[in-house]
Design a binder for this molecule. Structure first.
Ligand SMILES: [Zn+2]
Length: 55
């Protein structure tokens, strides 16, 4: 993932989904416009930024 775009794993060039840092998706089918292959997108919940917690 880079520049906020999920890149098609099949052709490695097509942008199939725009994501934000807080986007979460599970088994979201997206079709690549470039190669036409459908890919299931999985976006894990982002790891919490290194916040300092005074525990
Ligand atoms: Zn593709």
């Amino acid at each position: 993932m880079r520049d906020g775009w999920i890149i098609c794993p099949v052709c490695g060039k097509g942008k199939i989904l725009k994501v934000r840092s807080d986007t979460i998706a599970r088994n979201l089918p997206r079709k690549c416009k470039r190669c036409g292959q459908e890919t299931l997108v999985n976006i894990e919940a982002p790891e919490p930024a290194s916040k300092e917690t005074s525990a």
